[in-house]
Design a protein around this ligand. Structure first.
Ligand SMILES: [Zn+2]
Ligand SMILES: [Zn+2]
Length: 373
C-alpha cells in the first residue's frame, strides 16, 4: 500500500496527521491520548485486581471528587476508559469501583450557574459509576461537630442563628471572613472535610484528587505562604490523611495546558466541563487570594519554564510528615497543632460552658475572622 500523503505526520505512529504539539512532539489525537493516559494510569498502579485464581474478591471503592473543571473531568474520563477496558477483557477483572462526588458548584460560588445539564451529561457519558451530588452546606450534616466548631473558631463577635437553615448559617460564617485569602483558605478546609466525611461514610478507602501538576505547585507555594507548610505532606503528596483515608493525586505528572489539550480531543467532555471563570484583567492584585495569585503565577511561569514549575510539586511530593512533641491535631483542618517551633496554634475557649474548647493550628488561626492580615 502506498504510504499516506501526510503534511505533518504524527511522530509516534507516523500514520496520521499530527494535530497538536506536546513536550516538543507533534502527535495525532490517538497517540496524544495514549501518552496522557499512560502518564496518569501508571499513578494508579497501586490499585490492581488480584489474579483470577483468587475467588473471593470485592473491588475497592475509590472516591473521585469532581469539580467539573477540566482536570477532574479528564481524570474521570481516563479512569472510565481504564475500567471499560478491564470490563471488556475476559482475562482481567475490574480493579476498583469509582464513586464520583460533585459538590454543587452554585452552592460554592453564586457566580456558578446551575449545573443540572452538566450532571445529566455526566451520568449519560459515564453510566457505570455511582454519582452523588451534595450542596456545600451539607458539611454540617456530614461533619456534625462542625456547627459548634465554627462558633468556637469564629469567636464571640460571630452571631450564629440556630433557627436558620444550614445554607444560611454557612453563608453567615463565610460572610464573616474578611480577606479573599482567608475565605479561599477556609472554603478549602471545609470542602476537604465534607469530601473526607462522605468518603468515610461511603467506605471509600482512597480519595483521588484531580489536581494537575500546575495546581499542586500553586498549592505548595500558597500553603507555605499561609503557614500551612506542615500539611503539604497530605495536601500535595500521596499518602495517608489525618482522617485515615488515603489521598492520591494521579494527575501529578500532567500540567493544566496538557489537560486542556486532552479535553479538546474528547468532544464528549464538552457538555460536562464548566470552563474556568477568567479573572478580569483589571482586578486589583490585592483583591485576589494567595491561592488565586499562585495559580496565576504558576500558569504564566509554567508556560515559560515548564520544568521549573513541575519541580515544585515533585519536591513537595517527597516531603515526609514531621514528627511533633505535641500530637494534638487541629479541630478544623486536621493538621498537627504544634508542628512548627514558635507556631504553636491556639486554643480557643469554648463558648459553651464546661468543655475545654478546641485547638486550632497556626494556619487556621491566621484565617480566623477577627484576624486581619
Ligand atoms: Zn499517532
Ligand atoms: Zn488547622
Amino acid at each position: 500500500m502506498p504510504a499516506k500523503e501526510l503534511t505533518r505526520p504524527c511522530m509516534d505512529c507516523k500514520d496520521a496527521e499530527a494535530i497538536l504539539t506536546t513536550r516538543k512532539r507533534s502527535l495525532c489525537s490517538h497517540c496524544f491520548k495514549l501518552f496522557i493516559q499512560f502518564k496518569i494510569l501508571r499513578r494508579m498502579d497501586g490499585h490492581k485486581a488480584p489474579p483470577k485464581i483468587q475467588k473471593e474478591y470485592l473491588p475497592s471503592k475509590l472516591l473521585l471528587p469532581l469539580s467539573l473543571g477540566v482536570s477532574s473531568s479528564v481524570l474521570l474520563h481516563i479512569l472510565d476508559w481504564q475500567l471499560e477496558r478491564q470490563r471488556s477483557n475476559p482475562h482481567s477483572r475490574v480493579a476498583y469501583q469509582l464513586h464520583v462526588l460533585v459538590i454543587e458548584p452554585s452552592t460554592i460560588s453564586p457566580s456558578n450557574s446551575s449545573f443540572d445539564s452538566n450532571f445529566e451529561g455526566l451520568q449519560k457519558t459515564f453510566p457505570t459509576h455511582i454519582f452523588t451530588r451534595l450542596p456545600f452546606y451539607s458539611v454540617f450534616e456530614y461533619v456534625p461537630e462542625m456547627k459548634e466548631l465554627i462558633l468556637e473558631y469564629a469567636g464571640p463577635q460571630f452571631a450564629d442563628d440556630s433557627s436558620q437553615s444550614d445554607e444560611a448559617r454557612l453563608a453567615a460564617f463565610r460572610g464573616s471572613v474578611s480577606s479573599a485569602t482567608s475565605k479561599d483558605d477556609l472554603d478549602n478546609v471545609l470542602l476537604t472535610r465534607l469530601v473526607v466525611a462522605f468518603a468515610k461514610q461511603d467506605a471509600c478507602e482512597t480519595i483521588l484528587w484531580g489536581d494537575s501538576d500546575t495546581r499542586l505547585s500553586a498549592k505548595t507555594l500558597a500553603g507555605a505562604a499561609k503557614g500551612r507548610g506542615a500539611s503539604l505532606t497530605w495536601q500535595v503528596s500521596d499518602g495517608m490523611s489525618p482522617w485515615g483515608v488515603q489521598f492520591e493525586f494521579p494527575l501529578r505528572d500532567i500540567n493544566k495546558p496538557e489537560l486542556q489539550q486532552y479535553k479538546s480531543v474528547c468532544p464528549e467532555l464538552s457538555n460536562i466541563v464548566i470552563p474556568d471563570q477568567p479573572i478580569p484583567d483589571n482586578i486589583l492584585t490585592k483583591n485576589l487570594s494567595i491561592d488565586e495569585l499562585m495559580m496565576r503565577y504558576v500558569e504564566t511561569q509554567g508556560a515559560k519554564y515548564p520544568g521549573v514549575m513541575a519541580n515544585v510539586s515533585r519536591t513537595a511530593n517527597k516531603l515526609q510528615a514531621a514528627g511533633s512533641d505535641d500530637p494534638a491535631s487541629c479541630a478544623l483542618c486536621g493538621s498537627l497543632v504544634g508542628n512548627v517551633k514558635g507556631n504553636t496554634g491556639i486554643t480557643v475557649a469554648s463558648q459553651f460552658g464546661e468543655s475545654q474548647g478546641s485547638q486550632f493550628c497556626y494556619g487556621c488561626s491566621r484565617s480566623r475572622p477577627e484576624i486581619k492580615s
